[in-house]
Design a protein around this ligand. Structure first.
Ligand SMILES: Cc1ncc(COP(=O)(O)O)c(C=O)c1O
Length: 423
């Protein structure tokens, strides 16, 4: 049990900050940072953090302290990375902006701060040029294949909106050259949360596809294989053969440099693997109720909790499985329990599959007032939170390895939500 799950600590924090709340375990995050460092400590191999997974400033500062660069997917993410202390400019490009559309302030922020634009749509080249830009650019490629834990997270292949289609790369390279832009990097992120072996095989294929593209880009000095290193939600301590990725990265960097006839830097940009296990959502059981088994045998026992998909949307959105425990009841006899949230939305259930069917979880018998922990929510947890039902986002707490607790972000109030409104 990591110390961020200690019953006495959680009980104290629940009294002090109310429920639900998020707790991030600094020690767990640092161990994951160490694992990625170990597989990227080859020459000319660099890791970025896909901050969309968990953009909290405290987490970004941890990445900065470990010389991990950042991948941003909006103008505001770029500003958040700068706010956390990452340097602007491209020497080196510690911040990269990856998108298929320049939304809101994105184009202005990228240009004003000299951020490397990694464009996923051909038209973005013209937009950059029209804005008077004549600098370095990266091209996000859709290589025609991809992977993901669900279709929605498969970002390569013919059904993906992401990236410039592989067959259009040559004309896009031409248009960049004609517009006075210099292509210095090619990138592909082909999906999130695949099986490990699938990731390994696909990244190997991707590296060789990029080898074929290099001759199109005489100024290129970097290739990014994107993110996608999975996290085993059912067995978070499972050890993937990460050393295989280390050799793949080193070998790909060597081969690509050989093809280009100069040093090519190889980049990866994990999100989930860094942060997933460090974040836990802590909620309070507010009621326990049952529906009688009807003719279809669909009755269930519900543990109602005060956290919902406004806090962690992955179960409702993807049918994702997250480990759930009742604090202080570990090891007690279990029964099938459906865990459901407070939202006025029947889909606000944490224990259902991607066919939207209830999947009762074997849990100790819940009782009003119990604290419940929903684990491995550090990635795509708070970052995908919302104000549905006008609910304010829960506070995020940072648990330092010495036991100190810091507030990363306070509970959002109605005043915060209404601040946007005129009336
Ligand atoms: C462009 C890009 N890079 C990196 C990532 C990180 O992926 P993961 O969290 O699976 O490592 C994503 C996530 O989908 C992404 O869209």
């Amino acid at each position: 049990m990591s110390h961020s799950h200690a019953p006495s600590l959680l009980t104290r924090l629940a009294e002090e900050y109310g429920t639900p709340f998020w707790i991030y375990d600094a020690g767990v995050l640092r161990s994951r940072i160490g694992k990625i460092k170990a597989i990227t400590d080859s020459p000319n191999v660099q890791a970025r953090f896909a901050m969309k997974a968990c953009p909290a400033t405290r987490v970004l500062k941890e990445m900065l302290a470990n010389d991990i660069w950042i991948d941003c997917v909006s103008g505001n993410e770029v500003l958040r990375a700068l706010h956390a202390g990452f340097s602007s400019g491209m020497d080196p490009a510690r911040i990269c902006f990856t998108a298929d559309v320049f939304r809101d302030n994105a184009l202005r922020v990228v240009l004003e701060n000299g951020i490397l634009p990694n464009v996923g749509s051909p038209g973005m080249i013209a937009q950059l040029a029209q804005a008077g830009y004549r600098g370095a650019v990266s091209i996000r490629v859709n290589p025609g294949f991809g992977h993901g834990h669900v279709n929605a997270c498969d970002t390569g292949g013919p059904s993906s909106k992401h990236g410039v289609w592989i067959d259009d790369i040559a004309p896009v390279a031409e248009s960049a050259k004609a517009a006075g832009l210099t292509v210095t990097m090619v990138h592909a992120h082909i999906g999130s949360g695949p099986q490990f072996q699938e990731l390994y095989d696909n990244l190997g294929q991707l590296a060789s596809e990029f080898g074929k593209l290099l001759p199109l880009f005489p100024e290129i000095h970097a290739v990014s294989l994107g993110g996608g290193i999975p996290h085993d939600y059912r067995n978070p301590d499972a050890e993937f053969p990460l050393e295989n990725l280390k050799s793949l990265f080193a070998e790909s960097q060597r081969k690509l440099s050989e093809i280009a006839g100069r040093t090519i830097h190889l980049e990866i940009e994990p999100g989930r693997f860094y942060v997933a296990p460090s974040g836990t959502l802590v909620a309070r059981v507010t009621d326990v109720k049952s529906t009688n088994t009807n003719a279809k045998g669909l009755g269930a026992k519900f543990a109602m909790i005060d956290a919902g998909f406004v806090d962690l949307v992955r179960p409702a959105m993807y049918g994702s499985w997250h480990r759930i425990e009742i604090v202080g009841k570990e090891g007690q006899p279990t029964e099938p329990i459906v865990v459901a949230g407070p939202l006025c939305e029947s889909g606000d259930v944490f224990t259902r599959d991607d066919a939207e069917l209830l999947q009762p979880r074997q849990l100790p018998t819940p009782a009003d007032g119990d604290l419940m922990t929903i684990h491995d929510g550090g990635a795509y947890g708070y970052s995908m939170a919302s104000n549905y039902n006008s609910i304010g986002r829960a506070p995020q707490l940072w648990l330092e390895e010495n036991g100190d607790v810091e507030v990363m972000s306070r509970r959002e109030t109605l005043d915060d939500i209404l601040m946007l409104e005129n009336s």
